[in-house]
Write a protein that binds this ligand. Sequence first.
Ligand code: FAE
Length: 537
Amino acid sequence: MTAELTRRHLLGLGALQTAAALGLTRIGRATAAGAARSDHSPALVIGSGYGGAVAALRLGEAGIRTTVLEMGALWKNPGPDGRVFCSTGAPDHRSMWFRTRTEAPLATFLWLDVVNKDIGLYPGVLDRVRFTGMSVYVGRGVGGGSLVNGGMAVTPHRGYFTEMLPGVDAAEMYGTYFPRARAMLGVNTVDPAWFETTEWYRYSRVARKHAVNAGLRTTFVPNVYDFGYMRREAEGSAVRSALGGEVIYGNNHGKRSLDRTYLAAALGTGNVTIETLHRARAVRREPDGRYVVTADRIDLGGKVVETREFGCDRLFLGAGSLGTTELLLRARETGALPGLSPHIGTGWGPNGNVMTGRAHHLWDTVGAHQSTMPVLGIDDRDNPDNPVFAEIAPLPTGLEHWVSLYLAITRNPERGTFTYDPVTDAARLHWSRAQSQVSVASARKLFDRINARNATVYRYDLFGGNRPFADDFTYHPLGGCVLGRATDDHGRVRGAPGVYVTDGALVPGSIGVNPFVTITALAERTMDRAVADAQAR
Ligand code: FAE
């Protein structure tokens, strides 16, 4: 990290803390006393996840004044318990986006309704967006998915990347953009010697043993959680986060989420302002070629307290696969941007996600202590008959439960489509349970083999409906505005000059591994081009 970057990070972190301390919804240069509220910026970014954060930093660095609109909250202020986020074991109003009850991926344990809890309505950090046959988990807040995800930072195999995105120069991606993304995100790996001995990863070692018994290979998975911090947690010299059951409702410590990396650096340029609790809902183009985004500002109860219009010369969409697709689909179908491509809304997929659990023999204990950050995956990606990457996931209940949990990433070629529903003014996903069966069949092939070799069985008590496979939700929504189809090969939206897509909507439904490194690297590539476009004007 260069000195300049460090200085920027510090300045940006200061801006975030100041906004939190003062209870402001606006973060950045406009936080300064007396700064005028400006609703026109040369660049406007929607969303502050991976795509939005990369856009904000690279624009700010280029000296382009930029506003970021984020529908979620800034997560920096501790609650009465002294913590910013709640844990998975004791969720409260901070856990979920305007819900009265949590909707965790695991529905039950031993068929008992002990996982989900009643909560108060609040702009909590995790959302579950429900469509028929598929629901999609997403992060809400300054940092998007980085606030709630498992931190696994995986670079896809080059062959599969090229198959999925043939219009992208792979040499440039693997030589420049993937390394740049990993460095900026702060990717690190667990110390193998510590991994082999710590009680916190016994669950991974047991699952590895069973995979190896079945002739399978495992691989260490890099992560953005600071493993040095995790070791201090284990030694008792640091406050527990990954070792304290924190993950899907946020990590209070240890995780290098985007607010600590890209967004801090973006704010530190002095050119970037983030408007939180602002939900963009419409985009139109003025006769002079500028874009105007209409956004609702909501309060902590979800009530719209103000509707604002933000003008810009260039618009960067980083609202995630669902958010970006919905905004463009609505703009096309309502006639606001009639020239958009018919490909908007197509090419969506859940990255072949399937979750499953296996029950062990009594002697194969997984340990009551489990780190929430996965570090090992079953890597059968090179199997031509059934390529699967299955991360060994934690189930941190604080008790021995003899369960191995997995998130399998299969290569499902099925794709879903979004249409615009004028009655609800929302995008509707067309994805059937039959389409998920392709992923289930692939996961079943892998785990049947592991069960057969270890004389073990599936768990039927975890996902509701006595199902051993959860095929009705995804953590990895991808596509909807696919690179090279809805956009050109550089993320420039066809039919809307000056509009760019920088997020997971660009990836055509599947990438074979956890996606945020790919999303970040593609965003870096898009922003190189976008900044060059801006400077060429
Ligand atoms: P994303 O990070 O979702 O950011 C979009 C942002 O836009 C969010 O902050 C939204 O609140 C905001 N937004 C949406 N609509 C609007 C609007 N209309 N107006 C204003 N703001 C808006 O998008 N991936 C990995 O690679 N490794 C993992 O270990 C991993 N674990 C995961 C665990 C969980 C529980 C979840 C939910 C996801 C996980 N993922 C993981 C997926 C990863 O977080 C996801 O692919 C990225 O966050 C997607 O990045 P985008 O920039 O596309």
